[in-house]
Design a protein. Structure first.
Lengths: 192, 192, 192
């Protein structure tokens, strides 16, 4: 089963790569490189299904050679917390938020049919059975393929996360202006 | 009343067409055709109001001559099921999901103020009174105007839908790579 | 504290401005003006956190010189109602909707952890402590910087809002076709 979830995404990504870059003509390499396609995802919701969409799109795009960035903000910031971290925050309001809204990409809730975790458990079982990797596995794959993970500075301050709370390999925290700069220079953006 | 809901969208779409393509100069036809505008909507949520937004944007864009595709995925996949289908899925987990989250575009729930169906009933009454077609009517219009409806292959597998479960006139199921290819070649995308 | 929330956004916006328009070369002014960057946000959800995202992105983009429009529709329309207005609508269904879903940008609910208003109260306290302006303050700033606020005509009709219900300084109500026209002519769009 583990083998299945490992293999399937690779097949998916190989297919993605072939679809988006179909047989580049010889000599076209340098030109293709010059105008590398890019994508930025604003991950705001942090629901299980939305985080799945974010990580599937990001890893598939990266596999096809696109330059991908994800900006993690508000509820969408919580998946960046290390799974073993239970409570985060400096003041009681921040601690209570992390208590009520458990951080970590392995603990996400569905926006509907959550049923105290039964919904997510069923979705993850169905996913595994059909060779779809979990959001956590997809995020790791995305990182390995060069997707840039940008934590939102404002969310980090407001919600009281420290760098020690967060998974490895993140970029420096940035603000909305950084995302808008990408959009202004032609990078397509999805708000998820 | 039925007349009203039939007439009104047509007026809306005629207006849309005039707004987006204002009086094309003679001879500009071929040039306009060469760079036809396009749009792709990733329909992920499946709420009544979000599905309304998707179908209004898609039909209005198509009426104005844009090439529109909708990619139906996750909760957004359920509106593609035939309204008369009550239970879908092969295994008990998939059946239970369709039992708890009734499929079909006539059975969508509001993301807030649903109140066991009272909210959607009120919204649909208000819509009819003001000449706004239902999501189902708008989707049929969109199809008639050439909007391409793309079912997500992964959602179909995971949630256990069969081709017989689905409404007529859909394209072949595709993956996220197909949508990303559109984005990479300059098609604006909305994640709804 | 008021000083804090007033100062901080200004600092944010100044930074934004510098990031997006880094040291324009002399003589490049006219060229830059010719291709002013633009952005349109479709504000559909009306949750506290989504309205925050909308107003932060809009005001930051405007501060950097982008031409920004926000199209307020469905639940996203409610923040345009004057805060002192309690009940809106002409018929009982519309009145009931405004009763259950209190309009006005100072009365928004979180999509999760709302807890009868405790969640929003905590979020706003944390925001103030960290120098983040409220959605209402950010919207006023956005207006002052020239962001165009477009009410959705269809939402206004369906939900029974009158011009007297709404805050000052809005554009004339428009339809989805206006937003699609912007997208068709190259304006990047975010659906929030």
């Amino acid at each position: 089963m583990t083998v299945m979830t490992r293999d399937a995404p690779e097949a998916l990504l190989r297919e993605a790569s072939e679809t988006i870059n179909p047989s580049p003509a010889p000599g076209a390499q340098s030109e293709a490189k010059a105008k590398t396609k890019s994508l930025v995802i604003i991950a705001e919701s942090g629901d299980l299904e939305k985080t799945w969409a974010t990580t599937i799109l990001a890893s598939t795009a990266a596999a096809s050679g696109m330059e991908v960035s994800i900006f993690f903000t508000f509820w969408g910031f919580f998946p960046l917390v290390r799974p073993e971290k239970r409570i985060t925050g400096q003041v009681w309001m921040q601690k209570m938020l992390s208590l009520m809204n458990r951080p970590g990409i392995d603990h996400l809730k569905l926006s509907r049919l959550n049923f105290m975790g039964l919904g997510p458990w069923m979705m993850k079982r169905l996913a595994r059975k059909h060779g779809v990797a979990s959001p956590g596995e997809l995020l790791a794959m995305a990182q390995a393929m060069g997707v840039k993970l940008l934590p939102c500075q404002m969310s980090m301050d407001m919600l009281g996360f420290t760098p020690e709370d967060l998974i490895d390999g993140l970029e420096e925290p940035v603000g909305a202006a950084t995302v808008l700069e990408m959009i202004a220079s032609g990078t397509p953006a999805l708000f998820i």
